[in-house]
Design a protein around this ligand. Structure first.
Ligand code: AMP
Length: 529
């Protein structure tokens, strides 16, 4: 095989270490055309082309030698020659790192072009389209995957999109958590493709807004998702990263009971003034999910992710409604800061969970709980579960039959006449929500006592042993209403403003302007008109 122009360095390097016989397969099967591409090659890839481990070690040393002296500051941005430094998105403050950390796991997975095949379109994002696909491993085994391809402009990828795409790869390659979407590898073909774990059930937002006959989701499942999300965010924060785009559209369902945080395109390292990332230029941000300091100063931190967690909670319990859809984007900041307005309590959300959301929406970032604190608060606000003990047929009451599992959304005891106490809950068999006589339900952890005593002794703390995957883990029922927060008492529901859902602000690439969208530009860059 004749050496290709531009890959002579590879042939020379391989000749020097007596491995020239691997030149065709490294070039064509592993698609290595630049020294940086070896960052993505795993030992298994080299096994796959028949290279023994001692030879692999020789190769690794030779590549290291070759690259010493011109080691790129950031491995991923230099993959393609076309990425010019002047395309830099922001000018981060001098005390914040301009680049994401180097990968720690050593060689990474570079997937040969021919090993993946694309199928049905799953969705499209800011800088690419996502297809269902199949990845054929060297062993012949096939793995269902999702393939995100970089959108290619007529003259090649646009700088910003390429940078964001590579940034997402760079971030995902360093992450490993049961509730963060896993990146399998990268195809360095045309177009560039990210091969990711497939979340076959799509986005949580799509599930929440699915029309009938799709049943609503059980309240306890939503709580489980919150728990999983908080766990993933504890992990992300421990890696010094902020997500900046937490929303149900970015939570994917890997199984009916498992969410995975996805879309790492806006993830940034924390590094500036205590744990903050400050945007350096006008970039689209999801207005209605953003904390006031993000809207005002473009400042993001774990605390602003916590604010977004509160909005995501609100979306979950509102059936996927759009937050602040009734307020023009440029007025959201004023409503939050000046009017102290907060999103209203959704009907499915218990007072305890709403109090938790209000805590996330504290104006001062320092007053918001951390994600690890949230894990415990969610546990404490977990809705209690019980069983129906008699037929409930009363007009207007939630229908239930003996044995139906019931989740209590609201229960307040009347010590004077327990039999007349009415509770609000969800029948887990029918998934309908409504009020019912408390005497019709026995709480699960009261072992047969009638449900007339809503306050239980504390359940065990969630604790470290529950970190990580929380699939199917059902924390013990606990009925405890958190006292309403000060801000809750002064909170005033907002008036719906007619026609306020049309966003006419600038949109990121791929999002047509003038369409209803959660995207807007921050008021920091675009003052109110
Ligand atoms: P993104 O570009 O990451 O915002 O993805 C756009 C859309 O593609 C998402 O809203 C999902 O509906 C879908 N999608 C992205 N990644 C996956 C995945 N790993 N599995 C299934 N669907 C996905």
């Amino acid at each position: 095989m004749l050496p290709k122009a531009g890959s002579l360095w590879l042939l020379r390097l391989l000749r020097d270490i007596q491995l020239a016989q691997f030149y065709p397969s490294i070039l064509e099967e592993l698609n290595v055309t630049r020294p940086e591409h070896f960052d993505f090659v795993r030992p298994e890839d080299l096994d796959g082309i028949g290279m023994g481990r001692p030879a692999q070690r020789r190769l690794a040393e030779a590549v290291k030698r070759h690259r010493s002296g011109n080691k790129p500051k950031n491995w991923v941005y230099k993959i393609l020659g076309g990425f010019a430094p002047e395309q830099k998105e922001t000018t981060p403050p001098s005390d914040s790192p301009s680049f994401l950390p180097e990968p720690e796991g050593g060689l990474k997975c570079l997937i040969p072009d021919g090993a993946v095949s694309r199928g049905e379109l799953l969705g499209s994002g800011c800088f690419g389209v996502v297809h269902r696909g199949l990845w054929t491993l060297p062993s012949g085994q096939t793995v269902p995957v999702a393939i995100k391809s970089l959108r290619v402009a007529p003259k090649g990828p646009v700088g910003t999109e390429l940078r964001d795409f590579l940034r997402e790869v760079s971030v995902m390659m360093n992450l490993e958590h049961p509730h963060l979407l896993h990146l399998h590898g990268l195809v360095l073909g045309q177009p560039l493709q990210m091969v990711m774990e497939l979340a076959p059930l799509g986005s949580l937002h799509a599930r929440l807004t699915a029309p009938a006959p799709s049943p609503p989701l059980p309240v306890v499942l939503l709580c489980l998702f919150l728990q999983q999300l908080a766990g993933a965010m504890v992990y992300l924060g421990s890696r010094g990263l902020v997500h900046r785009d937490l929303a149900t559209r970015n939570l994917l369902l890997a199984s009916p009971c498992t969410i995975k945080v996805a879309d790492f395109g806006l993830v940034r390292p924390l590094g500036g003034a205590p744990g903050r990332y400050v945007m350096g230029g006008p970039r689209p941000i999801p207005y209605a999910w953003c904390a006031p300091e993000s809207l005002r100063q473009g400042a993001f931190s774990s605390a602003s992710d916590v604010w977004m967690f509160g909005v995501t909670l609100w979306e979950m319990f509102s059936g996927g409604k759009e937050p602040w859809a009734w307020v023009p984007p440029y007025l959201i900041l004023q409503r939050l800061e000046k009017d102290q307005a907060r999103l209203p309590r959704p009907p499915l959300c218990s007072r305890a969970l709403y109090a938790l959301a209000l805590h996330c929406w504290a104006l001062d970032p320092a007053d918001r709980p951390s994600f690890s604190c949230l894990e415990e608060l969610i546990q404490e606000a977990w809705p209690p579960e019980g069983h129906c003990v008699r037929d409930v047929m009363e007009p207007g009451a939630l229908r239930m039959e003996p044995g139906d599992p019931i989740t209590i959304i609201e229960g307040s005891a009347s010590s004077h006449s327990p039999s007349s106490t009415t509770w609000k809950g969800q029948n887990s068999r029918t998934l309908k929500v409504g009020s019912f006589p408390a005497s019709a339900v026995t709480l699960a952890d009261l072992k047969g006592s009638p449900a007339t005593c809503p306050v239980h002794k504390g359940s065990p703390a969630w604790g470290e042993q529950h970190r990580g995957s929380t699939d199917g883990v059902r924390p013990k029922a606990k009925l405890r209403e958190l006292p309403p927060a000060k801000s809750q008492r002064r909170n005033m529901p907002l008036q719906r403003i007619k026609g306020g859902t049309e966003c006419t602000w600038s949109h990121p690439p791929g999002v047509p302007s003038g369409t209803k969208s959660h995207w807007g530009r921050c008021s920091f860059c675009h003052p109110e008109p």
